[in-house]
Design a protein. Structure first.
Length: 161
């Protein structure tokens, strides 16, 4: 029996004109090309058995966005289990993107089209965008909505960043 996978990620947020916005990423590659609602995610990646969760979250943030993860303090958003069984551990941090930001993601190779014998390279993330929290709840993978709810709750309780 295969062990369920574990990922760790970092949800960047900002307050713009008094409204909360979160930074989500859209997966690259042919499977997600025409998918929008429910396809976006927090920047995250798989954790190896002996790896520190926060270190992996910071690494994935940098690999998927092309910028360094902001230093702590991070807000612990706990864990969420996705439909396929993967457990995602999340944190949040307040930040603005650099003025010259352009999403520069690492890449992966995939045989495409299937059974063609041709391998193509695709970005792991093809878009990164801030969304108002209400819009983000529609865009994000449904299992990750809990991270948005926990962020709103933490900020409502005055958790400092």
């Amino acid at each position: 029996m295969q062990r369920a996978k574990t990922s760790a990620g970092l949800l960047a947020f900002r307050r713009s004109s008094g409204q909360l916005e979160v930074l989500l990423v859209h997966p690259g590659g042919p499977f997600f090309r025409n998918k929008d609602a429910g396809a976006w995610s927090i920047p995250k990646g798989e954790v190896s058995a002996d790896e520190d969760l926060k270190a992996r979250a910071a690494t994935e943030f940098e690999e998927e966005l092309g910028i360094s993860a902001p230093p702590a303090p991070w807000i612990d958003l706990g864990a969420a289990k996705q439909k396929g069984g993967k457990t995602v551990h999340g944190w949040a941090v307040e930040m603005e993107l650099p003025k010259d930001f352009a999403c520069v993601s690492n890449t992966f190779e995939l045989e495409w089209p299937p059974r063609s014998g041709r391998t193509q390279e695709f970005p792991e993330v093809d878009q990164a965008e801030f969304f108002l929290i209400e819009a983000a709840a529609l865009k994000i993978n449904p299992a990750q909505v809990v991270f948005l709810e926990r962020l709103v709750e933490a900020l409502g309780k005055g958790v400092s960043t």
